[in-house]
Design a protein around this ligand. Structure first.
Ligand SMILES: *[C@@H]1O[C@H](CO)[C@@H](O)[C@H](O)[C@H]1NC(C)=O
Ligand SMILES: *[C@@H]1O[C@H](CO)[C@@H](O)[C@H](O)[C@H]1NC(C)=O
Ligand SMILES: *[C@@H]1O[C@H](CO)[C@@H](O)[C@H](O)[C@H]1NC(C)=O
Ligand SMILES: *[C@@H]1O[C@H](CO)[C@@H](O)[C@H](O)[C@H]1NC(C)=O
Ligand SMILES: *[C@@H]1O[C@H](CO)[C@@H](O)[C@H](O)[C@H]1NC(C)=O
Ligand SMILES: *[C@@H]1O[C@H](CO)[C@@H](O)[C@H](O)[C@H]1NC(C)=O
Ligand SMILES: [Cu+2]
Length: 569
C-alpha cells in the first residue's frame, strides 16, 4: 500500500467518497497510523481499515485492476450422473471464481458463445456506485449481449465479503450461468482457512426453459429433481431405461484440519428453494449476512434464502472423522416440490480420515414457517441508523391470470415486462421522461441538500393462501437496504413498527406470506435499479419493479453511454 500523508484526518486513515459521482476522486488518503496485518488472529483489521470502517463512504485505494475473461457457452452437463443441456461460464458449474480485494478495480470481458440466446452478467449485491450501467440487467441497464459479441464490465470494488455473479437474462442463471464473487477484506471473527464459496442449489433434470412452459401456463411449480451442493451430487441410476442417467455423480466433499477454524461462504443460487445449512456435530459461527459483516453468533444451522449469502466459521473440534453436511430443504417456503430432499448432503472429512460415507446424524428440524434468520441475531458490526426519510412507496404483491390463461405476479396490478432493446437507462440518456407502464418505474428524487436522505419501500404480500400466498425473497440492486419491518401480519399503514436504529441490513430479505416488508435505502447512488423476487419463476412472471433514483444525476454520473449503446444496435 502506498503511503500519503495529508493533514485533514488526524487519527485514523480516512478516504471518503460522499456521493456516487465522487468515487473517481478517491485520491485523498491519509495513512498516519501503522497499518495492521490481517492474520488468523487479527481478521478484523485490514491495513489502515477494519470492520468498523464505513464502507458506504470509504474504501482502500489499492490501485490494482483484476482482469478476467469469461465465455458464456452451451453444453451438456453431468452434475449428478444425469446428463442434460445446460449453460455455463467457461464450461464449469459453478463458473470460475472471481476474486478481488476490497478497493480493487474489476474488469470482466464477457463473450457470448451461445447459438441464439442473448446474455448479460449481473454482480449480485454489488453497489456499483456511479456504475449503474454495469449492473447487467437487459431492459434496464443494457441490451443483451448478442451471440458472437463481447462486452466488458468494469467497476470499483467498494465492499468486501461474499456474493455471486450470474446471468440476468431470462432463466439462464438457473441453467448454470453463475459463479463465485469473492472480495477479500476484514472479518468480524478469526479463522485459519478460507475454503471459499459453497453453493446451495436445486436442480431439475429438464431445462428450466422447458419447465417454464408448464409453470407459466398452470401456475403450479414444476418440482425440482434434486439438490446440488457446490454444483455436485449423486443420483440413483438404477432405472436402466433412462438413458440420460449415465452415472458418474459425486458427493461434494471438503477437508477439515482438526483444531482449525474454517471459513465458508454459503450462497443460495436456487431456482425456488430455501435451505437450512448444517454440519452434523459442528456449530456454525455466522459472521456476515450478504455483504454486511455482523456481530458473530453461534448456531446449529443457518437458513439461506434464494439470493442470500451467509459467511460462517466452523471449528473442526469434533472427534476426527467423517460428517454429513446438509442443505436441508425448507418445505414451508414455497411448497415447491423437491423429488429427493433427503439427498441434499455433502461430506466433511477430517484430514487423514477415511473415504467412507459418514454415519453421523442430525436432530435439526426444519422451521414450520418461511422466515429469515432471527432479526435479533443479524446485528451489523458497522452500526448505522436510518436518516431522514423523504419518500415512501407502497406496493402490493398479488397474482393474476392473463387472457391467455397465463399466470402472472403483479406489483400494484402491474407485471414487469421490459423491451430488451430499449433499456431504461437508454431512455434516460435520450431524455424520454415517460417510461412504459410495464417497466414498473418508481421515480425517487432528492428533496433536500441533506446527504443523509432516504427512501422507503413497503411491500405488502396480498396474495391469498390458495392463490400463491407464499413468502418471497426480495432482492435490491445497487443498494443494501435497512430492514425497517419484516412481519407476517397486515401493515397498519404507519411507521409505528419501523426499526431505524442499526436494523438488519443486507440486499436480499424474505417478504413473509400475508405480511409486509419495509425497506429503507439511502439516496446515494443515482441509477435505474431493479428490485425483484429472486425466485426465478416469479421474477420471470413479472414480480419486479425498478427505482429510477435521482434521474437528473444519472447522465452526469454515468459518463459515456456509447459503449452500451453499441449493445443496443
Ligand atoms: C475462460 O475461458 C477463456 C477461453 O475461452 C480463457 O481465455 C479465460 O482465461 C477463462 N477464464 C477463466 C477465469 O478461467
Ligand atoms: C434461449 O435458449 C433456450 C434453450 O435453448 C430456448 O428455449 C429459448 O427459447 C432461448 N431464448 C431466446 C430468447 O433466444
Ligand atoms: C466450490 O466450488 C468453487 C468453484 O468451483 C470453489 O472455488 C470452492 O472452493 C468450492 N468450495 C469448497 C468449500 O470446496
Ligand atoms: C425410468 O426412466 C424412463 C425414461 O426416462 C421413465 O419413462 C420411467 O418413468 C422411469 N421409471 C421409473 C420407475 O422411474
Ligand atoms: C408470525 O410471526 C410470529 C413472530 O415473529 C410467530 O410467532 C408466528 O408463528 C408467525 N406466524 C406465522 C403464521 O408464520
Ligand atoms: C399501490 O397501491 C396502493 C394501494 O392501492 C397505493 O396506496 C399506492 O400508492 C400504490 N403505489 C404506487 C407506487 O402507485
Ligand atoms: Cu439479482
Amino acid at each position: 500500500m502506498r503511503t500519503k500523508i495529508l493533514p485533514l484526518c488526524a487519527l485514523v486513515a480516512c478516504a471518503h467518497y460522499a456521493g456516487a459521482n465522487e468515487v473517481d476522486q478517491m485520491s485523498h488518503w491519509i495513512y498516519e497510523q501503522q497499518p495492521c496485518e490481517n492474520t488468523p488472529t487479527s481478521r478484523s483489521c485490514w491495513g489502515h481499515f477494519n470492520t468498523e470502517t464505513n464502507y458506504y463512504t470509504t474504501a482502500p485505494d489499492t490501485g490494482e485492476t483484476v482482469e478476467v475473461w469469461l465465455s458464456v457457452q452451451e453444453g451438456i452437463c453431468n452434475q449428478d450422473g444425469y446428463e442434460r443441456p445446460c449453460m455455463t461460464f467457461n464450461g464449469t458449474m459453478p463458473g470460475p471464481p472471481i476474486v478481488a480485494n476490497w478497493g480493487d478495480n474489476l474488469k470482466v470481458h464477457v463473450t457470448n458463445n451461445m447459438e441464439s440466446n442473448g446474455t448479460s452478467v449481473h454482480w449480485h449485491g454489488v453497489h456499483l456506485r456511479g456504475s449503474n450501467k454495469m449492473d447487467g440487467v437487459p431492459g434496464v441497464t443494457q441490451c443483451p449481449i448478442s451471440p458472437g459479441e463481447s462486452f466488458t464490465y468494469q467497476f470499483r470494488v467498494t465492499q468486501y465479503g461474499t456474493s455471486w455473479y450470474h446471468s440476468h437474462f431470462s432463466l439462464q442463471s438457473t441453467e448454470g450461468l453463475f459463479g463465485p464473487l469473492i472480495f477479500h477484506g476484514p472479518a468480524t471473527a478469526d479463522y485459519d482457512e478460507d475454503l471459499g464459496s459453497l453453493f446451495l442449489q436445486d436442480w431439475s433434470h429438464s431445462p428450466s426453459f422447458t419447465d417454464w412452459d408448464t409453470k407459466q401456463k398452470f401456475g403450479i411449480t414444476h418440482s425440482q429433481t434434486t439438490t446440488l451442493i457446490n454444483g455436485t451430487n449423486t443420483f440413483d441410476c438404477s432405472n436402466e431405461s433412462d438413458v440420460k442417467c449415465v452415472g458418474g455423480g459425486k458427493k461434494f466433499e471438503m477437508l477439515f484440519e482438526a483444531g482449525k477454524k474454517h471459513r465458508l461462504r454459503l450462497i443460495n443460487v436456487a431456482v425456488d428453494s430455501q435451505f437450512q445449512f448444517s454440519i452434523d456435530d459442528h456449530k456454525l459461527t455466522v459472521i456476515a449476512n450478504d455483504f454486511v459483516p455482523i456481530e458473530p453468533y453461534v448456531a446449529d444451522s443457518v437458513i439461506v434464502n434464494v439470493g442470500q449469502r451467509y459467511d460462517i466459521i466452523v471449528e473442526a473440534n469434533a472427534t476426527p472423522g467423517d460428517y454429513w453436511l446438509r442443505g436441508g430443504w425448507v418445505k414451508s417456503c414455497q411448497g415447491v416440490a423437491n423429488d429427493h430432499p433427503e439427498s441434499a448432503t455433502g461430506i466433511v472429512r477430517y484430514s487423514g480420515g477415511s473415504n467412507k460415507d459418514p454415519i453421523s446424524t442430525t436432530s435439526i428440524v426444519a422451521p414450520l414457517s418461511c422466515n429469515d434468520e432471527p432479526e435479533a441475531h443479524l446485528v451489523p458490526r458497522l452500526k448505522l441508523d436510518v436518516g431522514s426519510i423523504t419518500a415512501t412507496t407502497v406496493e402490493d404483491i398479488n397474482v393474476r391470470l392473463t387472457h391467455a390463461a397465463l399466470f402472472q405476479w403483479t406489483i400494484n396490478s402491474s407485471s414487469l415486462v421490459l423491451d430488451w432493446g430499449k433499456p431504461t437507462l437508454q431512455r434516460i440518456f435520450k431524455q424520454e421522461s415517460i417510461f412504459p407502464t410495464p417497466y414498473n418505474v418508481v421515480e425517487v428524487e432528492k428533496k433536500t441538500d441533506d446527504k443523509d436522505e432516504w427512501a422507503v419501500l413497503v411491500i405488502e404480500n396480498k396474495a391469498a393462501t390458495f392463490f400463491g400466498g407464499i413468502a418471497h425473497p426480495i432482492h435490491f440492486h445497487g443498494h443494501d437496504f435497512w430492514i425497517l419491518a419484516q412481519k407476517n401480519t397486515t401493515w397498519d399503514g404507519t411507521s409505528s413498527s419501523f426499526q431505524t436504529k442499526n436494523p438488519v441490513r443486507r440486499d436480499t430479505a424474505v417478504l413473509p406470506a400475508h405480511g409486509y416488508l419495509a425497506l429503507a435505502f439511502q439516496l446515494d447512488n443515482p441509477g435505474a435499479w431493479l428490485v425483484h423476487c429472486h425466485i426465478a419463476w416469479h421474477s420471470s412472471m413479472g414480480l419486479a419493479l425498478e427505482f429510477v433514483e435521482r434521474q437528473d444525476s444519472i447522465s452526469a454520473t454515468m459518463g459515456d453511454w456509447k459503449n452500451l449503446d453499441r449493445t443496443c444496435i
